[in-house]
Design a protein around this ligand. Sequence first.
Ligand SMILES: Cc1cc2nc3c(=O)[nH]c(=O)nc-3n(C[C@H](O)[C@H](O)[C@H](O)COP(=O)(O)OP(=O)(O)OC[C@H]3O[C@@H](n4cnc5c(N)ncnc54)[C@H](O)[C@@H]3O)c2cc1C
Length: 495
Amino acid sequence: MTTSYWERTAKKEVFAPLDKDLETEVLIVGAGITGLMTAWNLMQAGKKAVVVEARTIGSGVSGNTTAHLNSSVDCDYHIVTRNFGKDTAKLVAEAAVLGIELVGQVDKAHNLNANYKKLPAYIYAETTDQILELQKELKAAKEAGLDVEEVEEIEGLNFPTGMVVRFNRNARFHPLKFVYGLADTLRDAGVQIHEQTRVEKHNDKGDHVEVTLSTGATVRAQHLVLATHSPIFMHPVHTRMAPYRSYAIAVRTRQPVPDALIYDMRDPYNYVRKEEDDVVIIGGADHKTGQTGDENNHLQSIKAWAEERFGIKEYLASWSAQVFEPADNLPFIGKSITHKRVYYGSGYSGDGTLWGSFAGYLLSDIILGKENKFAELFSPSRLNIKAEAGEFLKENLNVAKEFITDRFSSDASDVKEIQNGEGKILRQGLQQYAVYRDDQGGLHVMSPTCVHMGCVVQWNKMEKTWDCPCHGGRYTATGDQLSGPPATGLRKAEI
Ligand SMILES: Cc1cc2nc3c(=O)[nH]c(=O)nc-3n(C[C@H](O)[C@H](O)[C@H](O)COP(=O)(O)OP(=O)(O)OC[C@H]3O[C@@H](n4cnc5c(N)ncnc54)[C@H](O)[C@@H]3O)c2cc1C
């Protein structure tokens, strides 16, 4: 798997696994920005929370992001206004700004030194269609109360752009300096955090939830927060959002890059920001998970975009991870529809650092039983047919297609066709296998059926993982659960 620029430039402490049974008021599953910000808000309110993390703190998407804190969120204010009305668009804008501010407040309050910096965000349109779209977005964002305006140009940018809109008061930060620092702060304040501790099962016991961990220990909690990006066990919501892979590079450039958040309007879009003085982070090239020939081609496309505009002097890192696009464009943050003691934040699109920050605040209020004006809007129980039906149908037809067609496809018919370090879907008779040959030549054979809802996983050539094209379940080359909806790994098989 790839290593992000953030992982290369931040230092983490080790937290021991949880191997003893435990009782707590709140169990938080997942130590990314959502889980840790929820723990922080609960700590401020004096509520006892324990955090368990399957791998290491920040090893999920929070450590593989590009960390723009940008109020011009992917849900598009003109679309939210059209589907939900102007008042809702105002609430969304207010929530996004709060998410940005909270990161800054926590960074400052605890001296996390996470390079949090306020700066403007620019979106530029290059074609007539994009200009029309951007004009609609400018109007809706203004009406939603954001500090946004049309400007002549992006100051300091070395190539011409068409129409440009500037969103003021946004920010950037170093996500892992933030997440690692926050984990240390929480631990010092008495919050228990455990790494290498995977939640494998949960049982609703009426007045509490019982959770089984990979270490063999059991936790009894009054409230369970699934901060796992895609909430494990919560099947209904998995059908209401779609997994997309997204790519990023960190480089030193020959041409100067302005210190701002900059986005074009292509589909998929490209975007750029600085980190330190001479380090530039460029992202984009999104595509539906598991539905591309070779992931490396997507990485090449952002490299080419960057080379053409800024000239690349030095590559520092390249990485990729996954985002979840909700069918009605808004994140799901709140209480589960099906499990009364379970809560989650998900469906963040490409804005999950600010939504994760905001989710920590909202989930904490809901658990504490406080009134919150945002609760209904982001609740997983909302249903707006007008906003959701089209995307829901499109994405679920795509799932049905993948479910059926991948059962008849294969990459190889003999293990000899699999090179060291490579994985392939092997067909022998009617049977399919997910087969990985490690660097020493050893074969690892698994069932290719995703344990979540039964689709056939696909080999990700860039990350060397098995990715499910239906709901974004991901597994390591040897079949351990990595991320997405499944809570356990691929089943072992023999050929
Ligand atoms: C390339 C890329 C660029 C992005 N850029 C931006 C950006 O510029 N701005 C922005 O706002 N957002 C961006 N995003 C989105 C954002 O980074 C994510 O939405 C956000 O980090 C999600 O945080 P999280 O805490 O919810 O999930 P994660 O950080 O993924 O944390 C979930 C954690 O749960 C753990 N876990 C999973 N299953 C279990 C289990 N069974 N038991 C215990 N633990 C478990 C995982 O190991 C993981 O550590 C980007 C995403 C990508 C992929």
